[in-house]
Design a binder for this molecule. Structure first.
Ligand code: BJW
Length: 250
């Protein structure tokens, strides 16, 4: 892909870079997205399972959904897009990676400054006494886990619909979006708020906004550049053309 000179020079000269990622960045690792044609969760809409009421009504089903995804995530590896973001973090003076993903793949690739807006599937806690479950939740018997301290239901430490995002994490993300020179919205349908507000915050504060996605989204008409295609191909290519050294597994 050939990139515009404007994009290349804005990237090379950026003092501060902010990136928002969604499920699409992990798709090439083999993790299904939530929505769209490729979404494996077509059987269930995320709104139906990713909420507290669904968990209370059918804890075993919701727990199984997360247990299945946890197993899947353990079997996959970060892909060239995750590694390209590690290289971008090394390159930039000021770099913030904001992710909606709970799959831990950015950290596994080596990214350091990661803000997880929707939590992390590797952690779980008791809804009654709030105790964190032991590091690795046993995957043996099916069905929801119970707290070893009080017997309460154990849930994944993720943010469901209708729940607040971790305040401090979101406030750091907003501040990075306000301060950056260039903002990348990568592999997200940009429909879930407040995460979807971040590119608009960046636009309002004068950042150059770039979208990378297989398809267009509500953001596409407002972004300065829309790069259509697989992020695992586009992002490493962009870095190469900007003279930014790729590292790690590509
Ligand atoms: C590729 C690719 C490749 C594929 N290369 N691209 C109106 C305004 C503001 C808010 C609301 C509103 N109406 C309702 C709300 C509230 C609600 C909301 O936003 N709903 C919308 C659906 C309308 N938001 C909330 O409830 C949030 N909390 C909140 O607002 O708190 C305040 C509050 C509290 C109480 C009362 C009222 C207000 C919380 C949202 C939590 C979202 N949680 C989930 C589950 C997390 C745990 C888990 O993983 O199970 O987060 S839902 C799910 O969606 C998950 C994702 O992080 C999130 C976003 O999805 P994402 O990442 O964009 O994935 P997809 O699948 O949608 O898109 C993938 C994209 O990749 C596609 O575009 C593909 O084309 C692309 N792609 N392969 C490039 N190779």
């Amino acid at each position: 892909m050939t990139f515009s000179e404007n994009l290349i020079s804005t990237l090379k000269n950026a003092e501060s870079i902010c990136v928002l990622t969604g499920a699409g960045i992990s798709a090439e690792s083999g993790v299904p997205t939530f929505r769209g044609e490729e979404g494996l969760w077509k059987k269930f809409k995320p709104e139906e399972l990713a909420n507290f009421d669904a968990f209370i009504c059918n804890p075993d089903l919701v727990w199984e959904w997360y247990a299945y995804r946890r197993r899947l995530i353990h079997e996959v590896k970060p892909n060239p897009a995750h590694y390209a973001l590690v290289a971008l973090e090394h390159f930039a003076n000021n770099f913030t990676l904001v992710t909606q993903n709970v799959d831990n793949l950015h950290r596994r690739a080596g990214s350091k400054n990661v803000l997880e807006l929707h939590g992390n599937i590797e952690r779980s806690y008791c809804i009654q006494c709030r105790a964190l479950a032991p590091d690795a939740v046993p995957e043996g018997p099916t069905g929801v886990q119970r707290c070893t301290k009080c017997g309460g239901l154990v849930r994944p430490d993720v943010v469901w619909f209708g729940e607040m995002l971790p305040l401090e994490v979101f406030s750091k993300a907003e501040s990075a979006a306000r301060q950056c020179d260039i903002f990348f919205s990568i592999g997200t349908s940009a429909v879930v708020y407040p995460a979807a507000s971040l590119p608009y915050t960046a636009l309002d504060h004068g950042a150059f906004v770039v979208e990378m996605n297989l398809e267009s989204t509500d953001l596409s008409s407002r972004a300065h550049e829309v790069l259509t295609g697989k992020v695992g191909e586009i992002l490493p290519d962009l870095l190469l053309q900007a003279g930014i050294q790729l590292q790690g597994e590509q």
